[in-house]
Design a protein around this ligand. Sequence first.
Ligand SMILES: *Cc1c(COP(=O)(O)O)cnc(C)c1O
Length: 431
Amino acid sequence: MAFTKQRSQEHFLRAQKSIPGGVNSPARAFGAVGGSPVVIDRAEGPWLFDIDGNRYIDYIGSWGPHILGHRHPAVIDAIHAALAKGTSFGAPCELETQLAELIIEAVPSIERVRMVNSGTEATMSAIRVARGFTGRSVIIKFAGCYHGHVDSLLVKAGSGALTLGIPSSPGIPSGCTADTVVLEYNDQQQLEQTFAARGSEIAAVILEPVVGNMGVVIPTPEFLQALQSQCRQHGSLLIFDEVMTGFRVAYGGAQSLFGIRPDLTTLGKIIGGGMPVGAYGGRADIMNVVSPLGPVYQAGTLSGNPVAMASGIATLSTLKATNPYPQLETLTKSLVNGLSRLATDAGIPHTIPRVGSMFTFFFNPDTVSNLANASKSDTVAFARYFHAMLERGIYLPCSQFEANFVSAAHSQAEVGATLDAAKHAFALTKH
Ligand SMILES: *Cc1c(COP(=O)(O)O)cnc(C)c1O
């Protein structure tokens, strides 16, 4: 039967009458690839099912959280058990301490951790703590890194240039970003020059230690070393935004993979196992400035929510007990190697950065090391490829500049089916 998304299209028209753009997060609207999104009915293991009855092999995993696949039995059981005891207490519960202990045990640099409800809240709070702790204002971020929709971090940069923060969204007064300096990722020299000029003003440097949000971009060892040494030398804090990479590229996150010890770390996505959870943590002496111990205020009505905590605990416990990381590495490698072979056969220039189970197929002949060269990718070819894959039952992230995720529920069978689809999709993509 031919692919149809008639019901999805009808529903999306209805959604647009009550929800801005028909979506509650903009990336879902297919704006970068055109056409209207498919509306999801349910999910299971490695699959998504839309309301027209189409089944897709899922490579977004809710944009990162579902490293165990959808509806993992341990996670679903834990959520049921928590629900039976209540949905929110507004008072301490044992589950939030259990999740905190699992995080501290896993992530080398985290000694204390505070739960919040999203990655955005985590980065916003970490920035506040860094400024409160150091008594300084300036934050360095990197072009192409996304840290949620925090006012002071929603800034892009002109390519290559050391750019003073200009807000990339209306509604953010220029004062909010006046203390945000945007540098090019992987540019060690620019970083050192900025510290030489303004070191005593810099509260913190925040980055994705493996970037997922301009597509996957891998840091060089020299860049990571420079970050650590410049921050130490100038008394600035190093913040690893591991909302995406935490428990994804390794159980202990990118910092365990690279042997770097950031002062603060932000988490989200996987630690909620599909429920809304974020967290920020780090050195005890820094985290002790957080209210009620210290003067830096941060709070949340639903923070440490028992149902969300239960989902996170079950997810991390399962990851710890089953250690799916070697298998994810092997499977994702075979997928990426297969895609590369097929693309080469089809004469499509490409590069596929990958760390563990996250990767991006860039329609770009060159190495992608920062936003400037990521931006040179062929987004028209990507859009054609995306739709050709969707029609063949493969659900990819709907933009060239996003990470693909493989889950522990994926197997060689799904990889094989994906490569079959890609063979046809690449043939269509070229013309
Ligand atoms: C997803 C993401 C965020 C924002 O998290 P939300 O839960 O969407 O607010 C922040 N930082 C990084 C690196 C992310 O990938």
